[in-house]
Ligand binder design. Structure first.
Ligand code: RIB
Ligand code: CA
Length: 323
């Protein structure tokens, strides 16, 4: 269920981010590290925007840039539950985070693979943990399949994926869900509190020239790197989908945790197509209860765009000033 509105949670929320960095994943990680309302216990990586090897390399570099080298990074799935490996390098570049050079990581990847690291975080936490997934949701599905019985350690799952309307990777399917639809079906069928942040929401979160100018005006390294990332990401979105400015998808999941009131939510039944010849990976969001099926997710519909960018840019500036 969507938490009550306010200016942020009463105390930092124990959180794991499972991601495929990825330019927008990178901004999501910066927001989570900077927020006083999030206790980022671990980052785990998955194939998606690039190979899991590159996603892991990128995650280590991003956390080094953010000055968060104490946060463990667990390497995860190299492919989907079905064994496929759909990659998004056509959007994010050869290494998955092309554009500005980043310093070498200041720390090593964890000795625990992703799912084991999440299990460790759940076991060690003194309260239920929020899982945020911003890539193909394979690691989270694998965790759930291993722990069918005890899922009480999971507070909720917030995922960037799917869409109420059109897709991007295919005309009807969003990339993360297309890359592992079976994994999303496991999450949607889990009975856990699930919040869906789809393209219909994230396409409102555009890094316009005004937004990028605010990043550059911060006059520190982190702000400049973020602006360069938006430059590369924006060139892909212009060339592929004719966007004038890139939609910065993944930080919307982190903003949803910090300030849920920035988003209008609707509780619905959501399914994901796994069989369709042309529609595999498509999310079917029953906004008007046409199937009369029990709702299984809170679906993001409308974004307070100004509030979102104030939150994200404030976080980037906080990190930059502290570096
Ligand atoms: O379709 C957009 C999603 O796919 C984002 O999470 C992006 O980073 C990619 O993973
Ligand atoms: Ca992502």
């Amino acid at each position: 269920m969507v938490p009550a509105p306010g200016r942020g949670p009463a105390r930092p929320i124990p959180t794991v981010i499972d991601c495929d960095p990825g330019h927008d994943d990178a901004i999501a990680l910066l927001l989570a590290v900077a927020s006083p309302f999030i206790d980022l216990r671990a980052v785990t990586t998955t194939f998606g925007n690039c190979s899991v090897a590159d996603a892991t390399r990128n995650a280590l570099r991003i956390l080094t840039l953010a000055g968060a080298t104490e946060i463990p990074v667990g390497r995860g799935a190299a492919g989907s539950l079905a064994g496929t490996t759909e990659l998004g390098n056509y959007v994010h570049g050869k290494r998955g985070l092309d554009g500005p050079d980043l310093a070498e990581p200041g720390f090593e990847v964890s000795g625990l693979p992703a799912v084991e690291l999440i299990e460790r975080v759940l076991a060690d936490a003194d309260e239920p943990v929020t899982l945020i997934a911003t890539g193909p949701i394979t690691n989270v599905a694998t965790l759930l399949q291993r722990h069918v019985a005890d899922r009480s350690r999971i507070r909720e799952i917030i995922f960037m994926g799917g869409s109420v309307d059109r897709g991007n990777h295919t005309p009807t399917a969003e990339f993360n869900t297309y890359a592992d639809p079976e994994a999303l079906a496991v999450v949607l069928g889990s009975g856990l509190p699930v919040r869906m942040v789809g393209l219909n929401l994230t396409h409102q979160a555009l890094a316009t020239p005004e937004v990028v100018a605010r990043m550059r005006a911060m006059d520190h390294h982190v702000g400049h790197v973020a602006a360069e990332w938006m430059g590369f990401f924006g060139s892909s979105y212009r060339a592929i989908w004719e966007f004038a400015a890139p939609p910065v998808h993944d930080p919307c999941t982190v903003a949803a945790l910090i300030r849920p009131e920035l988003i209008e939510w609707r509780r619905c039944f959501v399914a994901v197509e796994t069989k369709g010849e042309w529609t595999r990976g498509t999310t079917v969001v029953d906004l008007h209860d046409r199937y009369h099926r029990p709702p299984n997710a809170d679906v993001a519909l409308t974004l307070d765009v100004g509030g979102y960018w104030d939150l994200v840019l404030g976080a980037i500036d906080t990190l930059g000033k502290g570096r």
